[in-house]
Write a protein of this length. Structure first.
Length: 175
């Protein structure tokens, strides 16, 4: 028995190939759209994904060691960002970043975007920056997870990583 493709004209074969390709692409895009619309189970469960820095983190004062704020790290367009969700400093709900020198100047401390554009690397995340809302200084930043994802080691630096400071943040469960 001869294959129908062998007896068809070249134009008919081309149309059939295009139709098959179009069907496959449509099915692929429908599956991808469905997957994108449905968040992964880990994102909807109350337990945090400890292999990712996405979530809530408690920060600490470098000098006193006391808790300073809760920062929410989230993903947007394949990069990580973080904003201050809560502050333990009295009166912070009325404070603004008066010392900031960029577009964040005058913005409220609660909700302030302090981590921007972090990208995944071989040993953590880097390539973005972090704002110190007390001084208004913006530093290059890198961070990585430790202790099974319960600690986030955050390093802000100028130029090279040797010129900077490191803080360790603690993961918080969603409330």
């Amino acid at each position: 028995m001869k294959s129908p493709l062998r007896t068809a004209s070249p134009a008919a074969v081309s149309r059939l190939r295009i139709a098959l390709l179009w069907t496959a692409m449509t099915a692929f895009h429908a599956a991808a759209s469905s997957a994108a619309a449905t968040p992964p189970a880990a994102a909807t469960s109350p337990a945090a994904d400890t292999s990712s820095p996405i979530g809530l983190w408690k920060t600490f004062d470098d000098r006193t060691g006391s808790a300073r704020a809760i920062v929410r790290i989230y993903e947007q367009d394949g990069r990580l960002f973080g904003n201050i969700e809560r502050s333990f400093t009295p009166g912070s709900e009325r404070r603004v970043c008066a010392v900031c020198t960029d577009e964040r100047k005058g913005q409220p401390i609660i909700g302030l975007l302090i981590i921007r554009n972090m990208k995944r690397t071989n040993d953590g995340y880097a390539g973005g920056d972090i704002l110190d809302p007390e001084s208004g200084s913006v530093y290059r930043c890198k961070f990585h997870l430790e202790q099974g994802g319960d600690k986030l080691v955050v390093r802000g630096f100028i130029g090279i990583s040797l010129l900077g400071r490191t803080q360790t943040w603690e993961r918080q469960s969603p409330s």
